[in-house]
Design a protein around this ligand. Structure first.
Ligand SMILES: CC(=O)[C@@H](O)[C@H](O)COP(=O)(O)O
Ligand SMILES: NCC(=O)COP(=O)(O)O
Length: 252
């Protein structure tokens, strides 16, 4: 069964729209776990637009499932965006202090609305390699956020990654359109390359209850999906417990 890791970014986004602690990120994590989620994912961005540094430490204290922290390893320290919120110490400092089960490195810039591309390892591989080595020495599984490009995926293995996370935005955009099968084939080919070189396969971004089953049944040995945006909206409509179970049914 493919593991379901729920991304709680959007719970934090709602919380940050008021000067309160409601909705609670940790309470939603506990609810998702109780309903059957296999992991929790967060993406603490330097501007702390949603997940804050304090959320990462609060979650690390209480999680009984795998904790996956995503971010740009080159993201520098940044002053707090508002009173009562701690400064951002730099992404790698968060990981050094928390040492989550998995760290998914993502090449996001601060001006991006959301994650929208994978790494270019021809350009960034040499400076990523020592970061990957440090994370593995800390006992953290390393996954790289990648586009479905076999050559790039081979480079991910060469620089020491344990897994890749295929950026599924283009698949989600093509789903139901005439180019769906051609786009899906790129992901199938990429998953086969990952298997050939011994990389574990994760996937995420814009996956939902409509497009997940086809993706999961098409690619090779999908170990984990991380889902947050669509999950949050679906949970409003269905209820959190029923929503978790609906996503789990797609992953059986
Ligand atoms: C890497 C990825 O695709 C998502 O995990 C990312 O966390 C989405 O970030 P936002 O929730 O800020 O859009
Ligand atoms: N890595 C993908 C993730 O954590 C959640 O992406 P989305 O479901 O919010 O698009």
């Amino acid at each position: 069964m493919t593991a379901l890791s729920i991304n709680l970014n959007k719970i934090a986004l709602i919380r940050n729209s008021r000067d309160t602690e409601y909705p609670s990120v940790t309470m939603h994590a506990a609810r998702c776990i109780a309903a059957g989620a296999h992991g929790i994912t967060v993406h603490p961005r330097p501007d702390q637009r949603h997940i804050r540094v304090s959320d990462c430490f609060d979650l690390a204290e209480m999680l009984s499932v795998e904790f996956n922290i995503e971010g740009n390893p080159f993201a520098p320290a940044m002053k707090s965006p508002r009173r009562g919120v701690s400064d951002y110490p730099g992404f790698m400092e968060i990981i050094r202090q928390i040492r989550p089960a998995q760290c998914t490195l993502v090449p996001d810039g601060d001006a991006q609305l959301t994650s929208d591309h994978g790494f270019n390892l021809q350009r960034d591989g040499d400076r990523l390699a020592p970061i990957i080595a440090e994370l593995k020495n800390l006992g953290v599984r390393v996954s790289l956020f990648m586009d479905p490009e076999p050559e790039q995926i081979r480079l991910a293995k060469a620089i020491g990654a344990d897994r890749i996370e295929l950026y599924t935005g283009p698949y989600a955009e093509a789903f139901g359109a005439k180019q769906q099968n051609a786009v899906l084939q790129r992901f199938i080919d990429a998953s086969n390359t990952a298997g050939e070189v011994g990389l574990g396969l994760n996937a995420g971004h814009d996956l939902n209850l409509h497009n997940l089953l086809l993706f999961k049944n098409s690619v090779n040995q999908l170990l984990e999906v991380s889902i947050g945006h669509a999950f949050t909206v679906d949970a409003i409509e269905m209820g959190l417990d029923a929503c978790i179970k609906a996503y789990l049914r797609c992953l059986q």
